[in-house]
Design a protein around this ligand. Structure first.
Ligand code: HEC
Ligand code: HEC
Ligand code: HEC
Ligand code: HEC
Length: 196
């Protein structure tokens, strides 16, 4: 049992919930003097509120990867690019080597593919920006594997990325979203199922 982290989590979680309820929805930009009392995990109240309300900058990818082109060719999400999703907590974002498995020979004349080949030649990777993921201060624990074993579709949590070019944040993976499904599927629903 993680009694220590449990204690830490509850120590800030309960007052934070109270604080958030009190300021319900307003987006603070200034750091009131009392901030450190109830949000030790965030630098400012603003950052805590933004986290809680899922306000985060839109990811800007270095390279417009066309998901739908690949999905239309019948390539599975977990085949070359996000294969670790079936095995553990981290779905993973593909390195340039994964791209070149195919693009060593496929569509080599297209400008974007030349860009990818050039990344490889120069020995640099594509610095994808994350679209999902929780700040460590949220103390959220997530694992893909049990969901895939329970046959929850990728689209349930990520929307229809197969119809998109660059992946967008289609679904807000809020606590309510997680808890509602866990309730309906009778999956474990204690705080420590998803928090540490
Ligand atoms: C399993 C094989 C496979 C892998 C792996 C793969 N691709 Fe592709 N990719 C394709 C196929 C097939 C096409 C369609 C080519 C066509 O239009 O004839 C394509 C098309 C593209 C295109 C569109 C090219 C154009 O302008 O028409 C881009 C860009 C692209 N891939 C980038 C990538 C990147 C970046 C990666 C790595 C993250 C990657 N691909 C991984 C098979 C793959
Ligand atoms: C039950 C909801 C759920 C399902 C089903 C699910 N995911 Fe996720 N996925 C998440 C969450 C939550 C995160 C963020 C996890 C984290 O940061 O700890 C995530 C993160 C990812 C990421 C990393 C994204 C990024 O921006 O870093 C990829 C890639 C991904 N998932 C792919 C998949 C694929 C492929 C499938 C289907 C095989 C799938 N997911 C199914 C909830 C889900
Ligand atoms: C559409 C339904 C659904 C959604 C949405 C969902 N889950 Fe789950 N979750 C499940 C099911 C079903 C299981 C498997 C329960 C089992 O193995 O008995 C599970 C299992 C888990 C487990 C492993 C529990 C354990 O102790 O074995 C964790 C952790 C988890 N979910 C976290 C999350 C988080 C965090 C979110 C929100 C990002 C989320 N889940 C969203 C259905 C869902
Ligand atoms: C099924 C998964 C799940 C369960 C069970 C769960 N949570 Fe959460 N919780 C989440 C997720 C996911 C987030 C992050 C939501 C986000 O960032 O939008 C979250 C966020 C929070 C936050 C806000 C943290 C922050 O920094 O923004 C608090 C506080 C919280 N949960 C408390 C609890 C408490 C207390 C319980 C038990 C009564 C609980 N949670 C049970 C998934 C869960």
């Amino acid at each position: 049992m993680h009694t220590d982290s449990h204690g830490t989590f509850l120590r800030w979680a309960v007052p934070l919930v109270a604080a958030l309820a009190a300021i319900s929805g307003c987006r603070l930009t200034e750091d009131p003097p009392a901030a450190s009392v109830f949000t030790p995990a965030h630098a400012t109240v603003g950052s805590a509120v933004n986290d809680f309300l899922n306000i985060r900058p839109t990811a800007e990818q270095p390279f417009p990867f066309p998901h739908k082109t690949h999905v239309a060719k019948g390539i599975m999400c977990t085949e070359y690019c996000h294969e670790s999703a079936v095995k553990g907590p981290i779905a993973g974002l593909p390195g340039v080597k994964s791209c070149m498995i195919c693009h060593e020979s496929i569509a080599t004349d297209r400008p974007l593919i030349k860009t990818v080949a050039d990344y490889q030649k120069r020995g640099i990777d594509i610095s994808w920006q994350r679209v999902y993921g929780y700040a460590s201060e949220s103390h959220v624990r997530f694992n893909h594997a049990p969901h895939l074993r329970a046959k929850v579709e990728c689209t349930t949590c990520h929307g229809n990325i197969g119809q998109q070019t660059v992946a967008g944040r289609n679904v807000d993976l809020t606590m309510g979203f997680c808890v509602d499904c866990h309730k309906s599927k009778r999956a474990p629903n204690e705080c420590l199922t998803c928090h540490f």
